[in-house]
Write a protein that binds this ligand. Structure first.
Ligand SMILES: [Zn+2]
Length: 320
């Protein structure tokens, strides 16, 4: 019995990686400094950005917002269903072509319950049946078939990789530091589904950031090397979580990923709740992103699963 208990404790403490797919460390773009980023982000840049609403969904507020935060308590926030959305972003760079940030939702998730890549246990926790699809990734690509050069993932939670089956397997998938390799107990339940979604000869490319992370100086990559797309390492929600600062033809845009899920969380600087791996680090990363946004005039901010007031209805972006 003692051996069994120790074994279970060992498993619980170590967990497993989110996928069995191998990743490769890649050099992409060039290291950037925060001050260069602030100095170089333009009022209007060359990237055409579209925010696509893939689906409506609901999730529990206790996962989306840290309800133990004094501000959440003062606001009287409690657990219960919160309406959210699943987005992906399409970036068209005049020289480097089309990239996605996150992946949307594939039709295979919803079409055929017998062949969905999502396991039944994950399905029951994530309430996949509540997903209301607006536009699958496949239908977007069919309507606008410009080749996708790469997918940049804010992180590898299932609701951010559900569109991968609709994307050609040779398209590289860029991820943050240790995102696919760090171990977590909960990964034991999602690894099978993650592997299914990433099926095939996928190129998982882990971005190489230089230097050490510090909460006041997150590491940054100038992805195209022309100060139009900055990739920012914001660990906390997951170790490899990424945020993106885009110099778009509609002004500077900050895509936070799930460092902040909700509009309320962004406006009140309160990090996510139980969906986050490292609460304290997530809060530090969120506070840093808030400071960054405050220092860039005219910036529009896009939290992971809801729209902010000044961000507007994001589906309006890029459809002028
Ligand atoms: Zn997440």
């Amino acid at each position: 019995m003692r051996i069994l208990t120790s074994f279970l404790l060992l498993i619980a403490s170590s967990g497993c990686a989110v996928t069995s797919q191998q990743s490769e460390l890649v050099e992409a773009g060039r290291p950037a400094r925060i001050d260069t980023l602030k100095a170089n982000i333009k009022k209007s840049g060359p990237i055409h950005l579209q925010k696509i609403v893939a689906a409506d969904w609901t999730a529990d507020r206790s996962g989306l917002i840290n309800l133990n935060d004094p501000k959440a308590k003062a606001a009287g926030l409690t657990g219960g269903d919160e309406d959210i959305q699943i987005y992906f972003y399409v970036l068209d760079h005049p020289r480097f072509g089309r990239f996605f940030i996150d992946s949307g939702v594939s039709e295979v998730i919803l079409k055929d319950p017998d062949h969905t890549p999502i396991s039944s246990i994950v399905d029951s926790v994530m309430h996949i049946a509540r997903l209301r699809l607006h536009q699958s990734t496949k239908s977007f690509i069919e309507k606008d078939p410009r080749p996708v050069k790469g997918v940049l993932l804010t992180h590898m939670h299932l609701d951010h990789i559900m569109g991968i089956p609709d994307i050609r397997s040779e398209v590289p998938i860029y991820i943050g530091p240790r995102e696919s390799t760090h171990k977590n107990f909960l990964n034991m339940f999602v690894k099978g589904s993650t592997d299914e979604l990433l099926q095939g000869e996928r190129k998982l490319a882990e971005l190489r950031f230089t230097g050490e992370h510090s909460p006041n100086h997150p590491r940054v990559i100038d992805f195209f090397g022309d100060s139009t797309l900055f990739v920012i390492s914001v660990p906390g929600h997951t170790p490899g979580s990424l945020a993106f600062l885009v110099s778009s033809d509609d002004g500077p845009q900050l895509i936070t990923g799930d460092t902040c899920h909700t509009r309320w969380g962004w406006e009140n600087t309160v990090s996510p709740g139980s969906f986050t791996e490292d609460q304290q680090q997530n809060q530090q990363s969120l506070e840093w992103l808030k400071d960054l946004a405050a220092s860039i005039p005219g910036i529009r901010v896009h939290p992971g699963h809801q729209s902010t007031e000044d961000g507007g209805k994001l589906e309006n972006i890029g459809t002028r």
